[in-house]
Design a protein around this ligand. Structure first.
Ligand SMILES: [Zn+2]
Ligand SMILES: [Zn+2]
Length: 301
């Protein structure tokens, strides 16, 4: 079954466009223009904004080492390790550990990744993925010491927690807002509690990403993209098996990021651009202001 192309909308910003063919499947993505399809050298610094490592994320299949080496091998300049926090799918052996020890455990994968990244020349930054019944948020800009000093966040409602984190300087993104899964009772949006929306999450169906983009657009929220990689180098195979576009999404810039605050500032200033990369290493830029000429697509039945 071929997915229908969405062409009619008063919002010309995001469309599903046919961008290629993979075996018997037609591949669609958001608003990628044909002329943008071969784009490599111009994109300078590439970053993964959303990935998981084992053992801290229970659902992650790849170790820290595999993850760091993978991103280095495909030409990335940095990654944010965004494992599931204490309120989510964390692989904590004992919830009876004192809170501060749980935080130490939580940041252990990031620290291991940062040390390895330093050795092999990949920047590794800390991030956090918070969870509320399967509705997730990416938090950037708060460090281990901050979490240690703030055990009360676990007792707050999600809205209170997000508000508090924002006041403390965090940059907050609603991750894959239209994700559907057996463990998610219903889709929840938090338009007043986030700065940005993850409009392409590689691990989500195209229609969920299109809706995320519309959500961002309608509420005037900033946008980011990430792969939500739980599999390091097996990610392309995994996406393909799920019937998704086998590309990983990230954010790129013309100048390198030195720390988390650089990233936050550059997203706010519009200096980070979304891109996709496939298993062959081709890099595609995704327009965010372009209009795809869907009529030009051929062979759609
Ligand atoms: Zn996960
Ligand atoms: Zn995630």
């Amino acid at each position: 079954m071929l997915r229908e192309i969405v062409v009619e909308s008063d919002i010309s910003w995001y469309y599903l466009c046919k961008v290629g063919q993979h075996r018997d499947k037609e591949i669609y993505h958001l608003n990628r223009e044909r002329k943008d399809m071969i784009l490599t050298a111009e994109i300078c610094f590439k970053y993964e904004t959303h990935c998981h490592t084992s053992p801290v994320s229970k659902c992650a299949k790849a170790s820290v080492e595999e993850t760091v080496h993978f991103y280095k091998s495909i030409g990335y300049d940095g990654i944010f390790v965004t494992n599931h926090f204490l309120d989510g799918n964390i692989n904590l052996a004992s919830v009876n550990l004192p809170y501060r020890d749980q935080i130490d455990y939580y940041f252990a994968d990031y620290e291991e990744a940062a040390a390895l990244g330093e050795k092999i020349g990949l920047k590794v930054f800390p991030g956090v993925e918070l969870s509320y019944k399967g509705t997730d948020f990416l938090i950037y800009g708060l460090d281990k010491e901050w979490y240690k000093a703030n055990p009360d966040i676990l007792r707050m409602t999600k809205t209170e927690e997000l508000q508090y984190m924002m006041e403390m300087g965090a940059f907050i993104i609603q991750a894959h807002p239209y994700r559907e899964a057996h463990y998610i009772d219903h889709i929840r949006l938090f338009p007043r509690s986030v700065h940005a929306v993850e409009i392409i999450n590689s691990n989500q169906a195209a229609e969920a990403n299109v809706m995320a983009a519309l959500y961002a657009r309608q509420y005037g929220l900033m946008i980011t993209c990430g792969s939500d990689n739980h599999w390091a180098g097996d990610v392309f195979h995994h996406l393909q098996k799920k019937g998704l576009d086998p590309t990983i999404a990230g954010m790129c810039s013309e100048t390198p990021i030195q720390n988390v605050q650089d990233y936050i500032n550059m997203v706010k200033e519009g200096q980070m651009r979304p891109f996709l990369q496939d298993a062959e290493g081709n890099v595609f830029e995704i327009g965010t202001d372009l209009q795809c000429d869907a009529d030009a697509d051929v062979g759609i039945h």
